[in-house]
Design a protein around this ligand. Sequence first.
Ligand SMILES: [Zn+2]
Ligand SMILES: [Zn+2]
Length: 279
Amino acid sequence: MFLADYHLHSSCSFDADDRMAAMARAELKRGVTEICFTDHVDFGMQETMQIGPERFQLPRSQVRQFIEAMEKAPEGIDIRLGLELGEGNHDPARARRVYAMPEYDFILGSLHNLRGEPDFYDIKYQSLDQCWELCERYLDELIELAGINCFDCMAHIGYCLRYMHKQGFDAVIGMDRFGGRLDLLLHTLIENGKGIELNVADLVTEGRPEALGLTFPVLDVLRRYRELGGDIVTVGSDSHSVKTAGLGVREGYELLAENGFKYVAVYRRHKPEFKRIEL
Ligand SMILES: [Zn+2]
Ligand SMILES: [Zn+2]
């Protein structure tokens, strides 16, 4: 069965430890035969903005590791270069320039922090009301981001929930509470030819007490995307080390099939290509 992991980090990302060659080996062990490295570039974190057109540190280190991975990785895995571009809506002109750089096949559009706020990871949540309010503002910013041509697929819709749940607040970004905003978000993505990611970083719970057993987005949002005519989905493990490389990708494909999707997307030069899901 063909499996592709379109969200993973190498040690070119500030929060990941393993080089591309080791990540590729670990992915292949889990049966994944195509991967795309999506190292962090966040407008909200200046230390990760090591990218052109003014600065080239990140592409330089990615290309160095990419060549090493080509030499050292085992046969049978196709390796692509991408980025996880965070908060493109905070600096749209620059985000569009990054998107136009020739090095990358695929760019994920993320939102890790609201304008003027810390990363959702760093917020101390005090009440469920506060969480709902942050979820609304998060969706409003995602809608802005969806209208900017600076990415191929929107990453982990519902990212903020991960940290709310870890602090005991079970907010959910689903159709019942946020149907209006989610419809607007999904319509905007579809009209602009953008896909969504099914992020499976928290899906597999076996031996992982920290995992929430959820996908981002949750499944009713995934189904709504399809109902509205959306058909571009990538699956991403969002792994930051060899321990989790490729974990959950197979289960993500199964969920796509169960929810009516026949194809998963891979990318060449920002163009989706569709691979049939065969379980
Ligand atoms: Zn992310
Ligand atoms: Zn990531």
